[in-house]
Design a protein around this ligand. Structure first.
Ligand code: UT7
Length: 349
């Protein structure tokens, strides 16, 4: 306890360097089944043109068969992140699992993942903050590392959306947006002075709670799910798309300015911007408001759609492997989603 308090109150280690957390490795995994906009147009009233013009999405991945959960997609992503960090699975001493589509309502998908990884006894915390879930989890990992509670924290964002959307006219505004996939990072102690998570900021506003939500099953209802609810499609997500869009293009730039200020950096210092991937138009507007050039902005929504909590770690993992992230790269992240929740962060790799 004394050691923890010492760290919180600014105690130092590593010969005078304040303990700081850093993303040491990343990984991702998407199912092999590619579903194009034209494939969706065959089963519901939509078109490639409508989807692509409004969202930038061309295709997404869906699980190959029923029975594959978020914890299954997370497993290869987690192993990849642990390996890139130069760690072994047994080194992981805590797991944070961000998802809005856990394998089951309970227990948490994190518990299923630690079992699959072979890590009995390691704490596993599910974080249910939708599109901002990865950033919220990163913030928890950062605090744990800085306080000396854990040394190697696996942070996962993983989603299976394809089993939870409605492929018909009623659900088409939502169904075309989402895809399945997982991303992961291994967060540990920074070892170089510049390296690490330099600033992180989290926000929420329940005023937008019912602009993007899943009504049932609902524990406030007796019973939680009825045949009528099923007939009315209450077990599928409902979205006020225009409202979400408006909030996202306002809040993401706002939080970016704030984290940059906290990190003592400016837009010009940023090497790469990894925004949440909900809509290409949202990200282009946000990047242009911020003055971030197109070539510094990561887009993979064309290929994967919106994988909610997984978008940012997938973006980091792909960019790292493509050489867009290197040692010393300053990477800006921003997310917005259901809740409403939003978040921003700056990491030096
Ligand atoms: O991670 C955070 C989650 N979500 C978001 O960030 C989403 C933010 N919002 C958006 O990206 C946009 O609002 C959408 C792309 C979802 C929708 O674009 P929009 O320009 O706001 O379209 P709309 O919902 O106003 O619908 C326009 C029309 C409607 O028809 P009418 O009433 O004009 O006749 C819809 O019924 O498009 C129709 N429509 C579709 N047509 C073909 C809705 N979905 C589809 C579809 N295909 N998939």
């Amino acid at each position: 306890m004394l050691r923890i308090l010492n760290q919180i109150s600014g105690g130092d280690n590593q010969g005078g360097m304040e303990r700081r957390s850093a993303i040491l490795g990343s990984g991702h995994y998407v199912p092999t089944r590619v579903v194009t906009n034209d494939d969706l147009a065959k089963i519901m009233p939509t078109t490639h043109e409508w989807i692509h013009q409004r969202t930038g999405i061309r295709e997404r991945r869906f699980i190959e068969e029923s029975g594959i959960g978020a914890s299954d997609l997370a497993l290869p992503a987690a192993r990849m992140a642990i390996e890139q960090a130069g760690r072994e699975v047994k080194d992981v001493d805590a797991v944070l699992f961000a998802t809005l589509s856990p394998d089951h309502q309970f227990p948490g998908a994190g518990c299923l993942l630690i079992h699959k990884l072979g890590l009995p006894g390691v704490p596993a915390l599910d974080v249910r903050n939708q599109c901002s879930g990865f950033m919220y989890s990163l913030s928890v990992a950062d605090a744990w590392i800085r306080c000396g509670v854990y040394r190697n924290v696996l942070v996962v964002g993983s989603e299976v959306h394809s089993t939870g959307v409605e492929f018909n006219e009623r659900g088409r505004d939502v169904a075309v947006l989402f895809g399945d996939g997982a991303g992961a990072v291994l967060v540990g102690e920074a070892t170089r002075p510049e390296q690490g998570l330099r600033a992180l900021e989290l926000h929420a506003d329940g005023a937008g709670a019912y602009d993007l939500w899943l009504e049932a099953p609902a524990s406030k209802m007796q019973p939680r799910l009825t045949h009528e609810m099923l007939d009315e499609g209450k077990h599928y997500p409902a979205m006020n798309g225009k409202q979400v869009f408006r909030w996202a293009v306002e809040k993401m730039p706002e939080v970016v300015h704030s984290v940059l200020q906290k990190a003592g950096l400016t837009i010009a210092d940023i090497d790469l911007f990894v925004p949440h991937q909900a809509n290409m138009r949202i990200n282009q507007l946000v990047a242009s408001k911020l003055g971030i050039p197109e070539e510094k902005t990561v887009h993979n929504i064309e290929r994967y759609g919106n994988t909610t909590a997984a978008t940012i770690p997938i973006g980091i993992s792909e960019s790292w492997r493509e050489g867009k992230i290197q040692e010393g790269s300053r990477v800006l992240m921003a997310a917005f989603g259901a809740g409403f929740t939003w978040a921003g962060g700056v990491a030096v790799f």
